[in-house]
Ligand binder design. Structure first.
Ligand SMILES: *[C@@H]1O[C@H](CO)[C@@H](O)[C@H](O)[C@H]1NC(C)=O
Length: 374
């Protein structure tokens, strides 16, 4: 049975090359968000911690039916979304960025600047299909505190371990952003973990960058986030999924934070920096992203097949079934909200480290990293 299926897929791909894509296309999904806020923030993660408060806080965008659990096509019934595509009720979330005062150790949330999600339709022999409602995707390693091999991205499973998350630090005058080995060898503006300078690019502060895998394994199913997705592998210049898997859009989250507002409060020393992910990680190596699809499939199919607006925005695609969304009032109630105070002595859900909060020269608990550097 499996043999026949594999044979059929191989034969079909060879006989019908039009099913694949010879050129890459992409379109950026934007959100309507009042004062550049997430739709909700708090200790919620219906993928990793369904039904309970999550270990750390996240910033969430998208459909209003988000909650501590998300199952099947529940998101499709959201009464609103802040996605600029009305028929996209998906949720997109990341661990937020906090600032830790170098003067007294307390934390303050760094406000979102803005977030957008690239939908890449890569060159492939496969037919790219819209997500099934309820598909859960996770990318990045939430427990990671050790530096990766290089600061570069590595998205091809045939070429070594996957490295799907980075930070980008736009900066005037193109200074070094990273200490030894952590800058991306192909892009010195980006690298692994937090950069050690104030990112002062014009209208372009510190940014989280996370690529999500685009091959779905139907045998694992929508909910099994640990096994249901993989990155496609290079096949003579085309990015192909394993036989029997479904090629879906390649998502790339860009999440900008308003870090320059803290610039006057800390002094870069080339080694350390004051920002921390909401999971207590000062290195930034644990950066991760989550997605649950709430797409109307016909709407997304029309975009996959007929849209290449690039940075111009998905809201300008030639065919947007259901229409463009202008609603900038769609918020999601937080079931486990973050504390209301501006400065807090501990990050929500995170037990302070022994001997006090994360001291500037202490190494994070459980880290094999280099003491003193972070
Ligand atoms: C801690 O330091 C920050 C500046 O880094 C300041 O705004 C805040 O008021 C201080 N909090 C206390 C309790 O001193």
């Amino acid at each position: 049975m499996l043999g026949i299926l594999t044979l059929c897929l191989a034969t079909c791909a060879a006989a019908a090359p039009l099913a694949g894509r010879a050129t890459r296309a992409f379109s950026v999904l934007r959100f309507n968000n009042v004062a550049d806020k997430f739709s909700t923030e708090g200790r919620m993660d219906p993928i990793i911690s369904p039904g309970a408060a999550s270990a750390h806080s996240h910033g969430v965008m998208g459909g209003s039916n988000f909650g501590l659990t998300v199952q099947g096509d529940q998101l499709l019934k959201s009464k609103c979304t802040n996605s600029m595509i009305k028929n996209d009720k998906s949720n997109y979330w990341v661990p937020g960025v906090w600032y830790q005062s170098p003067h007294n150790g307390t934390f303050k949330k760094v406000p979102l600047f803005y977030m957008q999600v690239y939908y890449f339709f890569d060159i492939t022999n496969d037919k790219i299909e819209p997500f099934l409602p309820g598909l859960k995707i996770v990318s990045g390693e939430a427990g990671k505190r050790t530096p990766p091999a290089t600061g570069g991205l590595q998205l091809d499973p045939s070429k070594g371990p996957i490295q799907s998350a980075q930070f980008t630090c736009p900066a005037q005058g193109d200074p070094d952003r990273y200490p030894r080995g952590l800058a991306d060898p192909g892009n010195r503006g980006a690298g692994a973990g937090f950069p050690v300078i104030n990112c002062d690019g014009y209208a372009s502060p510190l940014r989280q960058d996370i690529h999500l895998p685009s091959c779905y394994n139907p045998a694992a199913g929508l909910d099994d986030h640990a096994h249901n997705m993989a990155f496609p592998a290079d096949n003579h210049g085309k990015l192909d999924c394993p036989a029997g898997w479904v090629h879906v859009p390649h998502l790339f989250f860009e999440v900008y934070y308003d870090t320059p507002r803290f610039a006057a409060d800390w002094r870069p020393d080339g080694r350390s920096q004051p920002f921390v992910l909401s999971d207590g990680d000062r290195t930034g190596f644990s950066l991760h992203a989550d997605f649950v699809s709430g797409w109307d499939r016909d709407t997304l199919r029309a975009i996959i097949d007929g849209c290449d607006t690039g940075s111009g925005g998905m809201d300008t695609c030639p065919t947007v079934l259901g229409g463009v969304n202008k609603d900038d009032k769609c918020v999601i109630d937080s079931v486990v909200p973050d504390p209301a105070e501006a400065w807090v002595t501990a990050l929500p859900g995170i037990t302070p480290y022994r001997g006090g909060v994360l001291g500037a020269t202490k190494k994070p608990e459980g880290s094999c990293g280099r003491a003193g550097l972070y």
